[in-house]
Design a protein around this ligand. Structure first.
Ligand code: AP5
Length: 214
């Protein structure tokens, strides 16, 4: 049976970390709208050009762009067995559009999971994050260092990068956007009987076990 879920939570809450684990475990793709936008910025596409300044300011890219991206992505063959939405929807109009898109594609959501982490913990998580430039494996200065310094555990790559929006100032704007525009989705999904809440302020493996149980 197809598994379709949304991972919600604040910036740096661990959505990407956990989505990658669930992707491996269940063979369903992580659909990260942040990754899609960063790829568009890197490729210099018209969407990327529009999105860059908005992302660097920690604000949200327009609903129309995001809904268009997800509409196309859900039609790809690898979404037939399900998907993990990571970073979408982020506004009530996006959630309403998703409901319509899924209905038109004969798909139904199974769960929406909020990974809860207190704001005070998020700045350290985000400013310490870095990624292997070759395979995209994620690391952290304190919480997840490569086994051998300077060498990616997964692919042996030696170059790493940090995101342009991972600085303390932009994190404050991203958090404000989360509380003002995205948190109202929690009661929206609770009302539909789909919402589960997981304490994300624990060891990564413990969080994964909770998600798998759901
Ligand atoms: P996006 O890329 O979605 O960023 P985000 O929501 O801010 O989330 P992050 O990727 O920062 O955090 P995460 O929850 O995935 O945490 P992670 O697992 O990496 O969006 C970026 C921008 O794109 C937005 O600001 C916006 O402009 C735009 N955008 C994207 N989607 C949009 C949409 N739908 N509408 C409009 N605009 C949109 O973990 C963070 C760090 O903590 C890592 O280093 C990790 O190793 C560590 N960590 C994870 N779990 C734990 C743990 N349990 N204990 C200790 N450390 C941990």
């Amino acid at each position: 049976m197809a598994k379709r879920l949304i991972l919600m939570g604040p910036p740096g809450g661990g959505k990407g970390t956990q989505a990658k684990r669930l992707q491996e475990r269940y063979g369903i793709p992580q659909l990260s709208t942040g990754d899609m936008l960063r790829a568009a910025v890197k490729a210099g596409t018209p969407i990327g050009k529009q999105a860059k300044a908005v992302m660097d300011a920690g604000q949200l890219v327009s609903d129309d762009i995001m809904i268009g991206l997800i509409d196309e992505r859900l039609d790809q063959a690898d979404c037939k067995a399900g998907f993990i939405l990571d970073g979408f929807p982020r506004t009530i109009p996006q959630a309403e559009a998703l409901d319509k898109l899924l209905a038109s594609k004969n798909m139904k959501l199974d769960s929406v999971i909020e990974v809860q982490v207190p704001d005070a913990k998020l700045v350290e998580r985000i400013t310490g994050r870095f990624t292997c430039s070759t395979c995209g494996e994620g690391y952290h200065d304190t919480f997840k260092q490569p086994k051998k310094a300077g060498l990616c555990d997964v692919c042996g790559g030696t170059t790493f990068s940090r995101r342009a929006d991972d600085n303390a100032e932009t994190v404050a704007a991203r958090l404000a956007a989360y509380h003002a525009q995205t948190a109202p989705l929690l009661p929206y999904y609770e009302g539909k009987g789909l919402l589960h809440v997981v304490d994300g302020d624990r060891d990564m493996d413990v969080v994964t076990a909770d998600l798998e149980a759901i």
